[in-house]
Design a protein around this ligand. Structure first.
Ligand code: IVH
Length: 684
């Protein structure tokens, strides 16, 4: 074996120091100085050095330390690669749409083969093996960071503590679950010992894993199925099917049945088969999953928001029950939407008690002719809010009043109106409406927004009512205001000095926020996580974004063209953003916020020094070998800005077949034009 040179020894030491430093900033002070991507590349270089020269390893080296800490409570751990969730489909049509999307994205002539497997109803877990040894197990958490449950997971007999012939670093992801018979036994034992009874196997599994005392976990009958790989230092397989075989060889149980399905017929056959076997399976499943089989395709497809484009969960049909509508109440949401809610005589739907169901909007009530007192069918599908499917008209034995939808907001009394062809009636009270203000605050602090720990819906409602927080900016003045208050938080019922301090600390921890989260937190109508991220990608800084949105109020402006040129932002979404900034109250809010916090510029994961670095490109016409979406994603990854229209600042116009006015404009302005082959050559 070659000995490491002096340079390598110095580099290894330097990397170790850097990693320690950033670990401390991240875990110890919650104040990282570098991006996750930069941190990962430090670690990767470090791990590579140690795999080439194992003698460099010492017991204090960062690779040895991971997971070595005793699991006192649950430490949070950042996932090396995010733990994603899955998009859901409920019908054959949803799955056909998925296949078409994939086929188009990859520019194939037919949808690619998928691996079909069971969707286990448990809790997901990531297992990290270093040199074949299990060093860390984490829960999914929010997808970015989870809890360190290593000690507990080591008590699960299905999970190998060491594996042979493994790559240097291997993260196996899968589901911890409990078999149904084990769950029933456990509940019997719990009952006999006057302990908590679990509602279902999933809850029992989750409750058992999250025990602080690992001996309690050890006594629980937990099991594991492996179905994916997170970070891995060497390629394990080239397809999902081959991965299953590799995982099986390593000793990770694989759920059955699973098979490669070539087309929608095979997919539906698998789905029906599994549904027919569902009751006989020893464990709970909540659907099946289809994953594009080839990994090279998966890589090209990438991700959207928090789910891969290459997979979809096919959920089983909703469970139904019959009950009576006792009342219809109206909820007012963050954007003023009035949502009718059916208050039901509580009923058990597939194991869960349901007492309320959404009625969506007034047209839906009219269409289904839903009246207070009606006997109705309700359904519940997975995490979806229960719905009223139909009214059993023959059960309407006496006269019931037709429901009159209010034209005033039940919370603030303002007019509630329907604009244009909007099916939703909205309160016109804006932020004078307490309901809208409170919902907006809840959204602001929510997990994908500012994610302020300890500031849940209840506290927001309470603080709003007591006048402590009226707008999001007030959150960041809370501590100062509290110092001057005659009735400080620590003196409130249920509070103390420590809980007040904790809350101020968690607010302080969020005084720096990434632009995409900030945009999302503002709660602009129609701006979800994915759109917020796109806006952040395009405008990079808060100032630029705000200035462009103000300029876009003129629909003939370049700013408007640029905004509507962004994928998924049509005129209606654009109008909502522009209207948001046209409202002086909102401008004041933004000003007040940026005085109190720092909005970080968006950091893209881009490859440096490519032929497209800092270039502005415009796509026009249709490409044959890859879809527009893929071409754009590629351009952005290579450091280019993708614009919607051609100007003198455009560096390249990529012209596919049937290019129209953009091509003409490029010719007029003398912008370099690439055909598809030239584009492919440039981006190889
Ligand atoms: S793959 C990147 N496969 O379902 C894809 N997930 O609703 C990550 N789940 O968080 C997941 N069975 O906890 C995958 N065969 C399976 C699964 C599965 C259950 C869970 C998993 C995930 C959730 C998404």
């Amino acid at each position: 074996m070659t000995k490491p040179s002096a340079d390598i020894i110095t580099r290894h030491k330097k990397l170790a120091e850097k990693i320690h430093y950033h670990d401390e900033l991240y875990h110890g002070q919650d104040a990282p100085e570098i991006s996750d991507a930069d941190y990962d590349s430090l670690r990767r270089e470090f791990e590579l050095l140690e795999s080439q020269f194992p003698e460099l390893k010492t017991s204090s080296s960062p690779s040895a330390k991971v997971g070595a800490k005793p699991a006192a409570g649950f430490r949070t751990v950042k996932h090396s690669l995010p733990m994603l969730s899955l998009a859901n489909g409920f019908s054959q049509e949803d799955i056909e749409d998925f296949l078409t999307r994939v086929q188009k994205f990859l520019s194939l002539n037919a949808p690619p083969a998928c691996l079909a497997e069971l969707k286990i109803d448990g809790l997901s877990c990531s297992l990290r093996y270093e040199d074949g040894v299990l060093v860390q197990a984490t829960t999914r958490g929010d997808g970015e960071e989870g809890e360190d449950i290593t000690a507990n997971v080591k008590t699960i007999s299905d999970i190998p503590h060491s594996i042979s012939n493994a790559p240097k670093i291997l993260e196996v992801r899968g589901e911890i679950y409990m078999r149904r018979d084990d769950f029933l036994e456990l509940n019997k034992r719990q009952d006999a010992q006057k302990q908590k009874i679990f509602a279902n196997p999933r809850n029992a599994a989750a409750g058992s894993v999250r025990q602080l005392d690992q001996h309690v976990t050890a006594a629980r009958p937990l099991k594991f199925f492996g179905y994916a790989v997170g970070f891995c230092s060497a390629a394990l397989a080239d397809s999902q099917e081959a991965l299953r075989a590799r995982l099986k060889d390593f000793g990770f149980p694989q759920a059955q049945p699973a098979c490669v399905v070539e087309d929608i017929h095979a997919i539906m056959e698998y789905y029906q088969d599994v549904m027919a076997q569902r009751a006989e399976l020893p464990f709970d499943i909540d659907g099946v999953v289809y994953k594009v089989n080839r990994f090279d395709y998966q890589e090209r497809l990438g991700f959207v928001a928090r789910a891969p484009r290459w997979a979809i969960a096919h959920k089983f049909p909703a469970e139904r029950a019959i009950t009576t509508i006792e009342n219809i109440t109206i909820q007012v949401g963050r954007t003023g939407a009035l949502t009718p809610v059916a208050e039901l005589a509580p009923v058990n739907v597939g194991g869960v008690m349901v007492a309320r169901a959404t009625l969506h909007n007034e047209d839906e009530i009219a269409r289904k002719d839903i009246r207070i007192g009606d006997v109705v069918v309700v359904q519940r599908a997975g995490d979806v809010i229960p719905q009223v499917v139909e009214v059993l008209k023959d059960k309407r034995t006496h006269h019931l009043e037709v429901f009159q939808f209010p034209s005033f907001c039940p919370v603030c009394g303002s007019h509630a109106v329907r604009e244009g062809d909007d099916v939703v009636r909205r309160c016109t009270g804006g932020l004078i409406c307490a309901a809208q203000a409170v919902e907006r605050l809840k959204h602001f602090v929510s997990r994908n927004g500012f994610d302020i720990e300890g500031m849940g819906a209840k506290i927001i409602e309470e603080f709003y009512q007591d006048g402590l927080i009226k707008t999001p900016a007030d959150i960041f003045d809370l501590e100062e205001a509290d110092k001057k208050s005659l009735t400080p938080l620590r003196a409130r019922e249920g509070w103390g000095a420590q809980s007040a301090r904790n809350l101020f600390e968690s607010i302080d921890a969020r005084r720096v926020i990434a632009l995409d989260r900030f945009i999302y937190a503002l709660g602009i109508r129609q701006i979800g996580e994915a759109t917020a991220r796109k806006l952040a990608q395009v405008y990079v800084s808060f100032d630029q974004w705000r200035d462009h949105m103000c300029a876009a109020a003129d629909v003939n402006s370049e700013a408007f063209a640029r905004l509507t040129g962004i994928e998924d932002i049509g005129p209606s979404v654009a109008r909502d953003i522009i209207e948001f900034f046209a409202e002086p109250q909102n401008m004041h809010l933004c000003e007040a916020l940026v005085e109190r916090i720092r909005v970080e510029d968006y950091v893209r994961v881009v490859i440096q020094n490519t032929p497209l670095t800092d270039k502005t490109v415009v796509f026009t016409g249709s490409l044959e070998k890859m879809s527009r979406a893929e071409a754009k994603a590629k351009a952005e990854m290579m450091g280019a800005k993708v614009a919607g229209s051609v100007s003198k600042n455009t560096d390249y116009v990529i012209a596919g077949a049937d290019s129209g006015s953009k091509l003409k404009k490029a010719q007029e302005l003398g912008v370099e034009i690439l055909d598809e082959d030239a584009w492919l050559a440039l981006t190889q």
